[in-house]
Design a protein around this ligand. Structure first.
Ligand code: AMP
Length: 219
């Protein structure tokens, strides 16, 4: 369980949480705990969890709280979280935030930083529906903003690029509605707890990362 750098990245789908989390992993040596990645892995491997999660994910809805809370508790117990972690995509509801709070309090290691990455809604639809991901290494591209050089292939490893099922335009709108209804209230929740800091999520990835690092280093 974390001792210092116990972070949450908040923000709507497509805000760049995953990209920034990977950069935090590299710089601070803490693991990224992405419930979206864990669920996608389960879907890919056709596990019981994956079969349950897939139906929710493909219609832009959330997977039930008790399922994701269980996943995160198990994940945070692993040794690599001992020096901290960055939560990406969790919590996504008040119930999840409450459960996380109680769990970490019991462990004596509360969250010590919540960073909200702000991006306006119109921009997100374009970002999400143009997003492509490498099937092999998971590297992210955008057909307009950061296209790969090779024809539909990853610049890093040559893997095939694909569009996530839930990045299709019709699902994207639903995911953004779900965010507004269920996740956006967490901004207020963490503001009240005094943990919330915000960064502007539009612009150069490195500039955004620099803003995040300033917050992390100044905690
Ligand atoms: P993400 O990659 O974080 O955008 O997550 C993709 C999808 O996985 C979401 O649209 C949800 O269906 C599901 N998911 C990921 N994290 C959570 C969570 N904390 N609570 C409920 N569902 C989640």
């Amino acid at each position: 369980m974390g001792l210092g750098l116990d972070l949450i990245l908040l923000g709507p789908p497509g805000a760049g949480k995953g990209t920034q989390a990977k950069k935090l992993v590299e710089k601070y040596g803490i693991p990224q705990v992405s419930t979206g990645d864990i669920l996608r892995d389960a879907v890919k491997n056709n596990t019981a969890l994956g079969i349950e999660a897939k139906a929710h994910m493909n219609r832009g809805a959330l997977v039930p709280d008790e399922v994701v809370i269980g996943i995160v508790k198990e994940r945070l117990k692993r040794g690599d979280c001992s020096k901290g972690y960055v939560l990406d995509g969790f919590p996504r509801t008040i119930a999840q935030a409450d459960a996380l709070f109680s769990y970490l309090n019991e462990c004596g290691c509360p969250i010590n930083g919540v960073i909200d990455i702000r991006v306006s809604k119109g921009y997100l639809v374009k970002r999400l529906s143009g997003r492509r991901v490498c099937r092999s290494c998971g590297f992210g591209y955008h057909i307009e903003f950061s296209p790969s050089k090779g024809n539909g292939r990853c610049d890093n490893c040559g893997g095939e690029l694909f569009q996530r099922d839930d990045d299709r335009e019709e699902v994207v709108t639903k995911r953004l509605d779900t965010y507004e209804a269920q996740t956006a209230p967490l901004i207020d929740y963490y503001e009240k707890s005094g943990l919330l800091k915000t960064v502007n999520g539009v612009g150069d990835v490195e500039v955004i990362f620099n803003d995040i690092c300033k917050i992390v280093d100044g905690r």
